[in-house]
Design a binder for this molecule. Structure first.
Ligand SMILES: [Zn+2]
Length: 191
């Protein structure tokens, strides 16, 4: 930040007198510009034994595979953001389950919140590539392009899901019941 978004004067980066970390300060109007982490909300859409992935048409990680996810907008809830991003990137309608992975990324000031979801296949077509996707596809576990995933948060979420699903299967429980999958929270400090 070079200029105050409130009055347009140049800002300086310094620790305010009653604070413990540097902020962008405007000496002209007195505004302290606080900057805080951003939330990326998304979904892991499931249909039977397959999961939905999108191949990114945009930087960063253009051409790599990801789950539908993006920055929350003001005025919406995280479930609403997850549903909206899934609609925008995969043109897909989902029924949300619970929050499944929450990953802190302190080095880039982001928090990922991914919800489990059931992909609705009673609408046709069930999915297609939105403007930010080159391609949208369903993958079985053995076909997941692990080396071409866009972000470590996505890898983490898919690893958790297939591990949990395998455990539920061993326990002879219904792997399609999203309520049986509980939240994983984690910190990734760099990738
Ligand atoms: Zn100002």
């Amino acid at each position: 930040m070079n200029f105050c978004s409130h009055c347009g004067a140049p800002v300086r980066f310094a620790i305010p007198s009653d604070d413990d970390r540097p902020r962008y300060l405007c000496d002209n109007c007195g505004t302290i510009h606080y900057q805080n982490p951003r939330i990326v909300a998304g979904s892991l859409p499931i249909l039977g034994d397959r999961v939905l992935l999108c191949r990114r048409a945009i930087v960063p990680r253009e051409g790599c595979w990801t789950l539908p996810a993006g920055f929350m907008e003001n005025g919406e809830t995280t479930p609403e953001a997850a549903i909206r991003e899934t609609r925008e990137e995969a043109c897909a309608e989902i029924e949300l389950g619970g929050l499944y992975t929450m990953v802190d990324l302190p080095h880039i000031n982001q928090v990922y919140m991914i919800y489990l979801a059931r992909l609705r296949d009673d609408v046709a077509p069930a999915f297609s590539a939105g403007p930010e996707s080159l391609e949208v596809r369903l993958f079985r576990e053995e076909d997941i392009p692990w080396s071409e995933l866009a972000f470590s948060t996505i890898t983490k979420t898919l690893e958790c899901y297939f591990r949990d699903r395998a455990r539920l299967e061993r326990e002879a429980r219904d792997v399609q019941t999203l309520d049986l999958y509980s939240l994983h929270s984690d910190v990734i400090r760099r990738w």
